[in-house]
Design a protein around this ligand. Structure first.
Ligand SMILES: [Zn+2]
Length: 415
C-alpha cells in the first residue's frame, strides 16, 4: 500500500472531546472516525487491524467446532416478547428495554435493533432440531450490535454500535453444556494470549442474559473502567459486582495466594444459560426414548472493536501506538527518504515475499515521516535513503537503535 494513497491522512491534534488514549491515538493515526457519540467508522487502517483480530478469533472458534454464519440485525418485537426481554428491567430481571433500540416503522410495526442474538438462535433451533441426534450445535457470527449506552465514551471501548463475535451452543444435557463451556473458556484464553494480552478470568453475574454465574475475560489495564479481584498464585478471580472478600485477604480457592485488586477492561464473556430460553421459546428435542426435553444453551461473546481499543490502551508511548505484530495493520513500514534509489524495488520484493508493507512514498520531510510512523505504530520500520545504498535501515518501533542490514536479512527476520 502506498501511503500517498492511504485514506485519510494522519492528524496532528486529537479531537477536543477525546479523553481516552485509544480515542486520541486511533483518531490521530487515521484508524477510526466518530460519526456521533458511540458510533464509529473503522477506516482502512482500523479495519485491517480488526480483520486480523477477527481471524485469530475465527481460527479458535473453528478449532472447537464452531460454524460461522450471519444473522440479521433487524428483529421483530414478537420474538423478544417470547422471553420477556422486550420489557423493562423494572418488571423482569432480564428485561432489556433500557439497553435496546426499539422503534416503530411508518405502518406502526415494532422492531428492535440487535443487541444480542439468543432469541434468534432459539428460533433457528426450534425450526431445525428434532431429536438428540441433531445436537449439539455450535454456531457463531461476527456482526454489529446496538446498545443504548448512556455513557458512550472511552473511544471504541464503549459504543452504541460495535462489532461482536457471538458463539451459541445447544446441548442435550447440562453436563454436555458445561463440558463445552469449559472448552470455550480454554479457546478464549488462547485467543487473548495470541492477541498479546495480560488477562484474568473472573466470575461475574450474568446481567440481562442470565441469573447464573458467568465468566468474564478481563485485560489488566490501569485506564480500565472495571475493577477485578484475583489471586496472585492461582486462577481464582471475581469482578467487583460479586466480590465479597477483602483486598489483600487470603485466596478462598488455594488458601495460599493473596487477593489483588486491579483495574481492567472486559474483552469477553461466556454464559451458561441453561434451559431458560428453551422453556420460554419452546425449543425441545426428543431423547432416545422419544421424551420431549428442553435444549441446554450457552452463549459466548468477544467484542473485536473493544479489543482494538484495548490493544491501544495497553500498548503505546508518548509518540503513538505500538501494535503487536500479530494484529498490526502492516508488518513493515517502508520509509523512503530523498536520494534513495531502491525504494520501489524493496517494496516490490517485500510484496513478492507476501509481506504486508506500507510504503511512505510521500514528498514530505523526514521528520514528518518518522513522526507518522511512530504514531501509526507498525512494529518494524525500514528506511531507505541516499546513505543506505543497496541496504536497508531496520528499526523496531520499540527500540531506539537502527541497524543497517541487507534486504535479504530483513526478509528472513520478518518471516
Ligand atoms: Zn488462589
Amino acid at each position: 500500500m502506498l501511503q500517498s494513497k492511504l485514506f485519510p491522512k494522519t492528524k496532528r491534534e486529537a479531537p477536543k472531546e477525546a479523553e481516552s488514549i485509544n480515542h486520541k491515538l486511533l483518531v490521530r493515526g487515521g484508524f477510526i472516525d466518530q460519526l456521533m457519540a458511540g458510533s464509529w467508522t473503522l477506516l482502512p487502517l482500523g479495519w485491517r487491524v480488526v480483520q486480523k483480530i477477527n481471524q485469530i478469533i475465527r481460527e479458535e472458534m473453528d478449532a472447537i467446532g464452531g460454524q460461522e454464519m450471519l444473522m440479521p440485525l433487524l428483529h421483530p418485537r414478537s420474538i423478544w416478547g417470547e422471553t420477556g426481554r422486550w420489557g423493562s428491567a423494572k418488571d423482569n430481571p432480564l428485561g432489556a428495554q433500557e439497553v435496546m433500540y426499539q422503534f416503530k416503522d411508518i405502518r406502526g410495526k415494532e422492531y428492535a435493533l440487535s443487541f444480542t442474538h439468543e432469541e434468534i438462535v432459539m428460533d433457528l433451533l426450534r425450526k431445525n432440531i428434532k431429536s438428540y441426534q441433531d445436537l449439539p450445535v455450535y454456531v457463531y457470527h461476527f456482526s454489529t450490535k446496538f446498545r443504548n449506552e448512556p455513557r458512550a465514551r472511552s473511544g471504541v471501548l464503549r459504543g452504541r454500535e460495535f462489532m461482536m463475535k457471538d458463539l451459541y451452543s445447544a446441548h442435550v444435557s447440562e453436563k454436555d453444556m458445561m463440558e463445552y463451556y469449559e472448552k470455550v473458556k480454554v479457546a478464549y484464553a488462547k485467543i487473548f494470549k495470541r492477541l498479546g494480552f495480560n488477562f484474568r478470568i473472573t466470575e461475574a453475574s450474568g446481567g440481562v442474559f442470565t441469573t447464573n454465574r458467568t465468566h468474564e475475560f478481563q485485560v489488566l489495564c490501569d485506564t480500565g473502567e472495571d475493577t477485578i479481584f484475583y489471586c496472585d498464585k492461582c486462577d481464582w478471580g471475581e469482578n467487583k459486582e460479586i466480590f465479597q472478600g477483602k483486598e489483600k485477604g487470603v485466596c478462598p480457592k488455594c488458601k495460599k495466594g493473596k487477593i489483588v485488586k486491579a483495574k481492567s477492561i472486559e474483552v469477553g464473556n461466556i454464559f451458561p444459560l441453561g434451559t431458560w430460553y428453551a422453556e420460554r421459546m419452546r425449543v425441545y428435542y426428543a431423547d432416545k426414548n422419544g421424551m420431549k426435553k428442553p435444549v441446554w444453551f450457552g452463549s459466548y461473546g468477544i467484542g473485536p472493536t473493544r479489543v482494538l481499543g484495548t490493544l491501544v490502551e495497553v500498548s503505546h508511548d508518548e509518540k503513538g501506538i505500538i501494535w503487536f505484530p500479530q494484529v498490526a495493520p502492516f508488518a513493515v513500514h517502508l520509509i523512503e527518504l530523498p536520494g534513495a534509489k531502491n525504494a520501489k524495488s524493496v517494496y516490490d520484493i517485500l510484496k513478492g515475499e507476501g509481506i504486508d508493507v506500507l510504503w511512505d512514498d510521500r514528498e514530505v520531510g523526514a521528520g514528518e515521516k518518522f513522526a507518522d510512523a511512530d504514531l501509526i505504530g507498525i512494529p518494524v520500520r525500514l528506511v531507505v535513503s541516499r546513505e543506505t545504498g543497496d541496504k536497508v535501515e531496520w528499526k523496531n518501533r520499540t527500540s531506539g537503535k537502527p541497524e543497517l542490514i541487507s534486504l535479504e536479512d530483513s526478509i528472513n527476520k520478518l518471516s
